[in-house]
Ligand binder design. Structure first.
Ligand code: ZN
Length: 42
């Protein structure tokens, strides 16, 4: 089973079944909203 981890806060977002991948990095909802806010401020 693989783990989906937030690359910003290292929080485990979700688990998924995939034999090839053990850890996948993404952004959780909180960090996604924060980066969207930062982008909007540019
Ligand atoms: Zn996060």
């Amino acid at each position: 089973m693989g783990t989906l981890v937030c690359q910003d806060c290292n929080k485990i977002i979700d688990h998924f079944e995939d034999e090839k991948v053990t850890v996948l990095y993404s952004n959780c909802k909180t960090c996604c909203e924060i980066s969207e806010d930062l982008n909007n401020n540019k």
